[in-house]
Design a protein around this ligand. Structure first.
Ligand code: SF4
Ligand code: SF4
Length: 356
C-alpha cells in the first residue's frame, strides 16, 4: 500500500473550511448546501465565531482556514472574524460567490488578512455559467471581481465545475484563467449531493472522469497555469499511472487524494463538524463542546473511522491506493448510504488482495 502524505494529527487538521453562513444570493444547480437567499436559523453568533477562532488559532497544526458559505460576504462580521484568525497566525482565504466582490470588498479582504480568494467559472460563456448559477449577470460579475482582485494584487484562483455540461469547455476555461491571471485553476468534479442530487445525470461516468483527470494532469505538467483537481481523489492514481510529477497543489493537499476527515474538517453554519461539505455526516458539535474545536475533533468517532483506511469497504478497502486516494466518501454515501463504502466514480479494479 502506498503511504499517505496526510492523516489526522494530534495537532489538529491541516485545512478547515468554515461555512460562516448558508445564505447565498445565487441558486447554483449543483449547490451541496441547497443554499437560498434567506436567513438561516441557528447560525453561530459573532461571539461564538470568535471563540471558535480562538480555538483554531490554538491548534498546533495552524490550519489553513477557508471562509466559505453560502456567501461569506453576507455576514457583516466576516471582517472581524477574518482579522482575528489572521492576527492569530492562521493563513486565511475566502470563497465568495463573486457578485459582491468590488474594490471596497477587496480592500477589506486585504485589510483583514485574507491572502487569496477563489472565484467560480462554470462554463466558457456567460449564458452557460449564468444558467448553471441561476442568476443572470453572475459570469460578468465574476470577471469584474477578478479585475478588482488583480488590480489590488490579491491572488485569486478560478474554480470550475467538471460535469458533462462543462467537460468540453475545460480548454476554453483554462484559456480564460490564463488570460485573467488566475493563480491556479481548480477543477471541482461534481458530487451529486444537495441540489446537485437533482442533476446527478451531469456527473461524469467513471471513464470520462479518468479522461478528464488525465487531461488535467497533463495540462498541469505543461504549465504555465497550475491545475488542481478537487473531489476526484483518484487523480493520485492517474498521476502514478502517467508517471507525472505531483505539483499544483495547495498547502494541506499534497497529493490530491480525499482529505475528508483526514487532515480536512468542515464546520457548518451551526457549528457542526463534518468530514467535508459534501459528506453530510455529523462528526461533532462545537456548541456542545464549549466552542472548543479540538475537544469536538478529538471526541469524534467519525474522524477516527475515516483515518483507518483499512476499514473502508468495497474496492477502496482493498486498493493499494487507499491511503493516498481513499475514494470520495461523499459519493460513497450518496450511492450506498455508507460513507465507508467503495467510490462509485472510479474505474479502477484493485489487484491487491489482503486479509480482512
Ligand atoms: S469526500 Fe468526496 S467531496 Fe468530500 S473531500 Fe473527499 S473527495 Fe471531496
Ligand atoms: S478503488 Fe478507491 S482507493 Fe482505489 S483508486 Fe479507486 S477510488 Fe481510489
Amino acid at each position: 500500500m502506498m503511504q499517505s502524505h496526510f492523516q489526522g494529527s494530534d495537532d489538529g487538521p491541516q485545512v478547515v473550511a468554515w461555512e460562516l453562513t448558508r445564505r447565498c444570493p445565487l441558486a447554483c444547480r449543483h449547490c451541496r448546501a441547497s443554499a437560498r437567499n434567506t436567513a438561516y436559523e441557528g447560525e453561530l453568533t459573532t461571539e461564538e465565531c470568535l471563540r471558535v477562532v480562538e480555538s483554531l488559532v490554538a491548534l498546533g497544526s495552524k490550519p489553513l482556514l477557508i471562509l466559505t458559505g453560502g456567501e461569506p460576504l453576507s455576514r457583516a462580521d466576516v471582517w472581524t472574524i477574518a482579522k482575528r484568525a489572521s492576527g492569530g497566525g492562521l493563513r486565511v482565504v475566502m470563497a465568495p460567490c463573486g457578485i459582491s466582490v468590488d474594490d471596497e470588498a477587496v480592500r477589506r479582504m486585504r485589510e483583514s488578512g485574507i491572502t487569496a480568494i477563489s472565484l467560480s467559472v462554470d462554463g466558457a460563456t456567460a449564458d452557460q455559467h449564468d444558467a448553471f448559477r441561476g442568476v443572470p449577470g453572475s459570469f460578468a460579475a465574476n470577471l469584474k471581481a477578478m479585475n478588482c482582485a488583480r488590480r489590488a494584487g490579491l491572488p485569486f484562483q478560478i474554480n470550475a465545475l467538471v460535469s458533462r455540461a462543462t467537460l468540453n469547455d475545460l480548454p476554453a476555461i483554462r484559456e480564460l484563467a490564463l488570460r485573467e491571471g488566475a493563480s491556479q485553476l481548480d477543477l471541482f468534479f461534481l458530487v451529486p449531493v444537495g441540489r446537485g442530487s437533482g442533476i446527478r445525470e451531469f456527473a461524469l461516468a467513471a471513464g470520462d472522469c479518468e479522461s478528464a483527470l488525465e487531461w488535467a494532469v497533463r495540462m498541469n505538467a505543461r504549465g504555465p497555469l497550475r491545475i488542481k483537481t478537487t473531489c476526484a481523489p483518484q487523480v493520485i492514481r492517474v498521476r502514478h499511472r502517467l508517471n507525472m510529477p505531483v505539483n499544483g497543489t495547495r498547502p494541506g493537499s499534497p497529493t490530491g487524494g480525499c482529505m475528508a476527515g483526514r487532515g480536512f474538517v468542515f464546520i457548518s453554519h451551526t457549528g457542526i463538524l463534518q468530514p467535508c461539505g459534501f459528506c453530510d455526516v455529523p462528526a461533532g458539535d462545537l456548541r456542545k463542546a464549549g466552542l472548543d474545536f479540538m475537544a469536538a475533533y478529538k471526541a469524534s468517532d467519525v474522524f477516527r473511522q475515516l483515518q483507518d483506511v483499512d476499514g473502508y469497504g468495497g474496492k477502496c478497502g482493498v486498493c493499494e491506493y487507499r491511503a493516498v486516494c481513499g475514494g470520495c466518501r461523499a459519493r460513497a454515501l450518496a450511492a450506498t448510504g455508507d460513507y465507508l463504502a467503495g467510490e462509485p466514480s472510479c474505474s479502477y479494479q484493485p489487484s491487491e488482495s489482503r486479509a480482512p
